[in-house]
Structures are given as C-alpha cells and as structure tokens.
Design a binder for this molecule. Structure first.
Ligand SMILES: Nc1ncnc2c1ncn2[C@@H]1O[C@H](COP(=O)(O)OP(=O)(O)OP(=O)(O)O)[C@@H](O)[C@H]1O
Ligand SMILES: [Mg+2]
Length: 320
C-alpha cells in the first residue's frame, strides 16, 4: 500500500510524487510573493486532497512472514491483508497457525523474517512504549480466554479501563454498562463468572475486549462450544459491533457457514502460507483442491490428518 496513511504518514513513493508536484506547481519563474502564496495554496490543496483520497485501506498487513516457535516453521511465507472497517475471517486447519498470526499482530512474538504491519507500522520493530500504545488500539478475545473468576462480570469489563486509563469511577461505570448493554448483558453485571453460562461468558469477554474502543478486535474461536442459537447471536453481534462502532475485526473460526455469512474478506492458511484470500463467494467457489477441501470440510484431500512425526514403522517397530 503506498500513499498517505492518517497515522503513519507518507510512504516513500507517495512522498516523492508530492514533492515532484510541489516543485512543478512552483515553476522556474515563480519568484514574486504572490506566486509563492499561490504555490502554497496549491500545495495545501494538493496535500489535503491526498489526505482524503489516499488513506491506506488495510489496517493490518503480513508481508512474507516466516515464523516458528522452534526449528519447525509454522508460517513459511505468509502474506495477507485485513481491510479497514471490515470483518476478516481467518480460517485453516487446526494447528495451521491462526492463533500464531493473532499473536504476531499483537506483538507477542516477532516474525523471523518479513513484516507484520499495523496501521502502516512494523509491529516487530516497535519499542516497548510504542508496542504498548499500539496494543491499546487492539482488543482480543482469546481462544481459551477465561474471565477472571474472582471478579464480577462488571469488574471483568472494567479491568482494562482501570488498567489503561485514569477515568473516574462514574465514567468507568457508564462505559462498562454501555459495553454490557451492547452484548445484551447489562442486567448480569453483578453475577460472578461461575454463575453465567459458557455463551454468556463469551459475551462478557467480548464486552471486555471492546472496553477501550479498539480499532481492531481479534476473535479467536468465539463460537466454539456454542449452541446454534447462541452461535448465530454471537456472529450477528460481531458483525453489528464492527459496523456500529466502526471497528475492524479478525475472526478465527472453524464454523464455515456462519463465518462465510458474516465475513467481508476470507483468508485461508495452509502449509504455512495463505492459499486463498478474497471475497467469501470467490474463495468458496475456488477450484484449488486445497482451498476446496477447507471450504467444504472434505475429509479426503491434500491436508494430512497426522501432525508431522516419525513414520509408523519407527514407532511401532515394523521391520525396516
Ligand atoms: N507457545 C507455543 N510453543 C510451541 N509451539 C507452539 C506454541 N503455540 C503453538 N505452537 C505450535 O504452532 C502450531 C500452530 O499453532 P496455532 O495455535 O497457531 O494453530 P491454530 O491454527 O490456531 O490451531 P487451532 O485451530 O487448533 O486453534 C502448532 O503446531 C502448535 O503446536
Ligand atoms: Mg488457535
């Protein structure tokens, strides 16, 4: 993405074009004061028109990312984009690296090569302070993220506000109740986590993830273990919250139907790479055998069932 990015500023090529344009508006004979003013006005007009016309349209970008927790690479050469303001579904086989991608975006781990950009800035190259500030712009609903069991529903949602802001108690109360209202649980504020169902707990965790009004919300398996009604409700909630609050969402899910229904953009990870990304319909109708196996949940296909390891002969003593 080249151009002006509201937060990170001008990228190289766009800046060169801007400088070239400024030089050409000035012209070789523009020496009088009025000409200078005209040039300045033109420059200003050019500059402001570019601010409106060229915002970067992806909030997150992975460029040729390689990453492994040990010598085995989980991501080999992964490139993907998360369009601003949209719901992006990240799908792929279990163990394929989806949670890992979220950790890289959140700066928990750094790419071994390639870049992970958040709003145009390389997360892996950020110092501690900037990373901390960047993380405040992200909300995460962790895959097995439990609520704090000794805090009430209210205090769970208040937690990030107390941790990251100096807001007054009255403001914290208003924000917490607004967020709980958004997930339909304002009335459950005084319950303890042990008193709410799994689906409700997931919604409290969602209210907590959006407490700080993040620009990006990452949901890791928000539908796991939900009944079909709660699943549909949660999916609609994710879509509505994304649109109503003007957020960008990344949704990791194995639920093909619901995910394809609410996503604007689908990314499929396999074998350490992104094997497909684009509009849900285009991905769903892909003729690539690997993509086809994922989006149709076929048992038979190129994806192996077994985690890589020693051959069956080595483990069960078959004669060599
Ligand atoms: N902290 C860790 N240390 C070492 N290896 C890890 C760690 N976390 C994940 N892995 C390995 O990295 C690979 C990718 O894991 P990841 O959790 O990203 O997969 P996933 O796509 O989220 O899977 P699932 O759909 O089952 O949640 C797996 O092989 C896993 O064993
Ligand atoms: Mg995972």
């Amino acid at each position: 993405m080249h151009g002006y990015n509201a937060r990170s500023g001008w990228s190289g090529p766009a800046l060169r074009v801007l400088l070239w344009q400024l030089q050409s508006t000035r012209g070789p004979t523009a020496t009088s004061a009025s000409n200078h003013w005209t040039s300045a006005a033109l420059a200003l007009r050019f500059f402001s028109s570019r601010i409106i016309l060229l915002p970067s349209d992806s909030l997150v970008e992975l460029r040729n990312v390689r990453f492994g927790y040990d010598e085995r690479a989980v991501l080999q050469d992964a490139s993907l984009t998360v369009p601003r303001g949209k719901v992006t579904a990240l799908m792929g086989a279990s163990g394929g690296g989806k949670t890992t991608v979220l950790r890289l975006i959140g700066g928990q781990y750094q790419a071994q090569s390639g870049e992970v950009l958040f709003d145009g800035r390389n997360v892996g190259a950020m110092g501690e302070m900037r990373l901390y500030a960047t993380r405040r712009r992200m909300g995460v609903l962790f895959q097995f993220g439990a609520l704090f069991t000794d805090l009430s529903v209210f205090e769970n949602v208040a937690f990030p506000l107390r941790e990251h802001t100096d807001l007054s108690e009255a403001l914290i109360r208003d924000i917490v109740l607004m967020k709980l209202d958004a997930v339909g649980l304002r009335g459950a504020r005084d319950l303890m986590p042990a008193q709410v169902s799994g689906g409700m707990a997931r919604r409290v965790a969602l209210a907590r993830a959006i407490a700080l009004d993040p620009e990006l919300v990452m949901y890791d398996e928000p539908f796991a273990g939900l009944d079909p009604i709660s699943l549909g409700t949660s999916a609609r909630l994710i879509r509505n919250i994304n649109d109503a609050l003007g957020m960008t969402s990344v949704l990791v899910s194995h639920d093909l139907d619901e995910t394809f229904r609410i996503a604007d953009h689908v990314v499929i990870l396999a074998e350490g790479r992104v094997i497909a990304q684009g509009a849900p319909h285009a991905v769903r109708t892909s003729s690539d055998p690997l993509v086809h196996q994922f989006v149709h949940g076929d048992v038979d296909g190129p994806v192996p069932f077994h985690y890589p390891g020693p051959g069956i002969e080595a483990d069960f003593g078959a004669p060599s």
